[in-house]
Design a protein around this ligand. Structure first.
Ligand code: HEC
Ligand code: HEC
Ligand code: HEC
Ligand code: HEC
Ligand code: HEC
Ligand code: HEC
Ligand code: HEC
Length: 697
């Protein structure tokens, strides 16, 4: 793809008359037309503007959808009591919960509730006071030691792998805290967003996509981390798989004895839709195409989300079983196979174990390997054909180690795996006493360790350090070797350096030090030239430094290296726009909007380009979308007012302009004054246009 971008030979590049919106920007001072990455852009855009004025004291009432008919699992108990009771203890129900004494690690009350996050240099202390739980951070700053304490108000995780803690403030703001608890190893751990550049409680904003996969429904204010506590349905409960149940419950209360109505039974769906009941959460369907919490089971997932194409599984968002399952002959050659062939969707303890599912379609004679196996192994189909593996997509720092995955995950590409067979045999032989078994154990161990270390070397050569770390750890499961320890140390160090320098680059951008950020990013790219994020940020920084020509090749690499990253296209569009190449800008931004359909900034940018191209009607649609996603931005409303003016819809134009003025009240008075002057001039233009119309009649 060679987008139509200005080259340095282009006479129009960088000079000439500013376009309409640049003029407006000069007048109003709200729009900055040189871009950064999306997050950087948002930070940069607001820079000349003081605090954005607070628009509404209650963001929920104006902006969010009302509950579309969810009534909560307790309401189903009236008629489905046993089912509800069975589900209460399931990991789905418990995956987001209010912390309760007895369900959190007891180290909260002991000396052991203390954890040093080494690479960030923060001491965390976890405390329980009565039925309340707290995380305290202590760290050094140039101004002396600092500390802060935050309450833990929600737990993510059912208590089997890792528990992650959230803080939910009075106003609804939800944050993810950096400290987590790993149940399998009973260890404190920290997340990698906890860096030396953080402060306070080292938290990060919770995204709505996280909450969508861990709750049934919550009222959420678009574009924020605000979630209303009242009425929130925590955990993955009945209605996430069956749809909102109010109408169903009302109907059956009125019509006892009738057969089921107004509720989805997923078995009635065709195969793909049935699988999508699960993959709305168990897959890389990450980017919203529709507003959060609007997806309903039984409708195509691709209407609601864009599924990321991820080349290497260490970059998956969650374990993404479906992508692997699809590659199995079982899946390809038997149309009936879905997730619920093996998994009980209600996760009842009484259900048959997952491992017995093979027998639904296979007989022992199907396996040519079986006759040669010890009898005790003959039923272990899953161990050989769906082995559990360390998958470092979720990983933590713990005391004395880093990039530690909380649990193993099962390989869902059902197939022939000779390494897994060797592991199963090794594990069996080492428990036997015969000398034959002892030598088999040694032989298999050597073979396996060699396999995993070779795998680690190959991955490291591709700069896939995370996959390499996983492979070394697999070798350590078989046995300790000096070589593996040394490799692990080196790989962890290499990956830590990348994380640290990346955090440094982001911090430098945030603190408005683009020259320093450029140096850091150059260093990162020298280590891993195939990383899209590094190219995106470097391109952005070069634009800030006024070197768009140097930025362009980096920005163009972004979507090539990572088709899920729209930021390169976004900034390319902005460069084109700045050079008045509006067609080119439109093209870039349209491609970016395919990747990120719900970014208000991008919709706004598209509107600007369309306006310049004298397509105001289409511009209005884009601006309306942007305004519906982010109603706090006067610049969007100003643009909308201008677009309506361009179509001659003066009433709407004045209405939007007045709203824009209202939004600036309480902010910078000078800026507000300028907006109100502009509103007045718009009204005069309207009056003149109306007069002109009458005169021509
Ligand atoms: C007032 C009673 C009542 C309430 C409350 C109720 N149901 Fe039902 N539900 C029924 C009846 C009656 C049937 C049909 C008979 C049966 O299958 O047991 C049914 C059937 C179902 C079915 C099977 C549908 C089918 O087509 O086979 C599902 C799924 C279901 N309910 C889910 C729920 C969920 C989820 C809730 C809570 C949000 C709920 N129900 C609340 C009475 C109720
Ligand atoms: C697309 C859906 C989805 C999103 C988004 C998501 N999760 Fe999960 N989460 C899952 C699924 C599915 C599991 C089960 C484990 C697996 O298959 O990866 C899980 C598991 C977990 C667990 C339990 C322990 C474990 O590792 O199995 C925690 C804790 C967790 N997620 C936290 C988070 C946090 C924090 C975020 C946001 C930063 C998040 N999740 C975003 C779907 C999601
Ligand atoms: C993770 C998704 C999921 C959750 C959560 C879930 N279900 Fe289901 N449910 C299914 C699927 C899939 C089926 C169809 C397959 C089956 O019958 O096992 C089903 C079937 C049913 C049926 C009809 C068949 C039967 O077994 O009677 C009822 C009734 C039902 N569910 C009620 C509930 C209730 C009540 C809850 C909450 C307590 C609940 N379900 C939670 C996915 C789910
Ligand atoms: C709304 C999101 C959501 C939906 C829908 C969903 N899951 Fe899950 N599922 C999760 C999360 C989150 C977890 C992790 C629970 C934990 O450990 O915290 C999970 C865990 C699981 C587990 C592991 C349970 C264990 O014992 O550790 C299985 C198996 C599973 N889901 C299967 C399914 C199947 C099958 C379906 C479809 C019928 C489904 N899920 C639908 C979110 C979802
Ligand atoms: C052929 C059987 C089979 C099918 C089909 C299947 N699974 Fe599994 N799944 C397993 C086995 C076996 C395990 C290992 C854990 C166990 O034994 O409980 C597992 C484990 C899981 C886990 C727990 C975490 C992990 O990775 O170990 C999740 C989540 C899960 N499966 C989700 C799914 C989803 C979603 C689908 C559909 C896309 C699916 N599975 C289809 C057999 C199956
Ligand atoms: C819904 C039916 C179904 C289920 C359940 C099922 N399989 Fe299969 N499996 C098939 C079919 C069909 C084939 C292709 C048969 C053939 O090639 O002759 C197959 C093929 C295989 C193969 C050969 C793979 C290859 O790449 O050559 C293996 C191994 C296998 N299955 C193991 C399992 C195991 C282990 C389980 C349980 C975890 C399982 N299957 C569950 C239907 C199923
Ligand atoms: C110790 C590991 C191990 C166990 C346990 C095991 N298998 Fe296999 N299986 C293999 C290997 C290895 C092959 C390939 C054999 C070959 O090519 O000679 C295989 C082949 C198969 C095939 C494909 C046959 C073909 O020739 O294409 C199927 C189907 C299968 N196994 C199913 C099962 C089922 C079902 C079970 C449980 C009852 C099971 N296996 C248990 C290791 C195992």
């Amino acid at each position: 793809m060679t987008p139509n971008l200005p080259s340095s030979a282009d006479p129009s590049a960088g000079s000439v008359q500013p376009g309409f919106f640049q003029r407006l920007a000069l007048v109003v001072g709200l729009v900055v037309l040189v871009g950064l990455g999306w997050k950087g852009w948002a930070a940069w855009r607001t820079q000349p503007v003081p605090e954005r004025p607070v628009v509404s004291s209650n963001p929920f009432t104006e902006k969010t959808d009302v509950n579309p008919g969810y009534i909560g699992a307790q309401s189903c108990a009236e008629c489905h009591q046993t089912r509800v009771e069975e589900c209460l203890s399931s990991p789905h129900f418990r995956t987001c919960r209010i912390p309760q004494a007895g369900e959190l690690p007891d180290t909260f009350t002991t000396e052991a509730g203390s954890y040093l996050a080494r690479s960030a240099g923060v001491q965390f202390d976890m405390r329980q006071v009565g039925n309340r739980f707290y995380q305290r951070s202590r760290y050094a700053t140039p101004q002396g030691p600092k500390q802060s304490e935050t309450s833990i108000d929600l737990v993510l995780g059912a208590g089997k792998a890792d528990d992650v803690y959230l803080s939910w403030r009075e106003d609804g703001a939800l944050f993810e805290l950096p400290v987590a608890w790993l149940w399998p190893t009973k260890q404190w751990a920290s997340s990698h967003f906890c860096t030396p550049f953080g402060e306070g409680d080292f938290a990060r904003n919770m995204t709505v996509r996280c909450m969508e996969c861990h709750t049934t429904w919550m009222e959420h204010a678009p574009g924020t981390n605000l979630f209303r506590q009242e009425g929130a349905l925590l955990g993955v409960t009945c209605e996430r798989c069956h749809g909102p149940g109010k109408e169903h419950a009302d109907y059956h209360r009125l019509n006892p004895g009738h057969s089921a109505a107004h509720i989805l039974n997923p078995v009635s769906l065709d195969r793909e839709l049935l699988i999508e009941v699960c993959t709305q959460c168990h897959s890389n369907a990450i980017t919203h195409r529709q507003p959060p919490y609007s997806h309903r089971p039984g409708t195509p997932l691709s209407d609601s989300y864009r599924t990321h194409q991820i080349a290497h599984s260490e970059n998956d968002h969650v374990a993404d079983q479906i992508t692997h399952l699809r590659k199995s002959r079982c899946f390809q050659q038997d149309e009936s196979l879905t997730c619920i062939t093996c998994h009980d969707p209600h996760q009842r303890e009484s259900a048959a174990p997952v491992s017995s599912a093979c027998a639904k379609c296979h007989q022992t004679s199907d396996c040519r390997q079986l006759p040669s196996l010890p009898e005790a192994l003959q039923s272990k189909c899953v161990d050989c054909h769906m082995p559990s593996r360390l998958k470092i997509n979720v990983k933590f720092e713990v005391e004395g180690d880093n990039f530690v995955p909380p649990i193993r995950r099962s390989q869902h590409r059902i197939g022939i795996d000779e390494v897994a067979r060797d592991e199963v045999l090794w594990n069996w032989h080492r428990q036997q006493t015969s000398s034959e078994s002892q030598s088999e154990t040694a032989r298999l161990a050597e073979r396996l360790i060699n396999h995993w270390l070779a795998e680690a070397e190959a991955r490291a050569g591709e700069k896939r350090f995370m996959a390499a770390i996983a492979a070394v750890r697999e070798s350590l499961v078989i046995g300790e070797t000096p070589k593996a320890r040394e490799m692990l140390g080196q790989l962890v160090e290499a990956q830590e350096l990348l994380y640290l320098e990346w955090a440094r680059a982001l911090d430098q951008i945030l603190k408005n030090k683009p020259e320093e950020a450029q140096k850091t990013l150059d260093k990162l790219l020298a280590i891993d030239p195939g990383n899209a994020d590094y190219h995106a940020k470097l391109g952005t920084v070069l634009v800030i430094l006024g070197k768009p020509q140097e930025a362009i090749p980096h920005l163009m690499r972004v979507a090539e290296l990572d088709p899920n990253n729209a930021s390169g296209l976004g900034v390319l569009g902005r460069i084109a726009y700045g050079n008045q190449k509006y067609e080119a800008a439109l093209e870039q931004w349209e491609q970016a909007a395919e990747i990120e359909p719900l970014l208000p900034q991008l919709q706004y940018d598209l509107g600007l380009a369309l306006l310049e191209l004298k397509r105001p009607a289409e511009a209005i649609q884009r601006f309306e979308r942007a305004a519906s996603m982010d109603s706090d931005r006067p610049d969007i409303l100003i643009a909308l007012a201008e677009a309506f003016a361009a179509t001659g819809e003066w009433d709407k134009s004045i209405e939007r302009a007045t709203q824009a003025g209202g939004l600036t009240e309480g902010g910078d008075p000078e800026q507000s004054q300028r907006v109100f002057e502009w509103v007045e001039s718009l009204k005069q233009r309207a009056a003149q246009a109306q007069k002109g119309k009458r005169a021509s009649r």
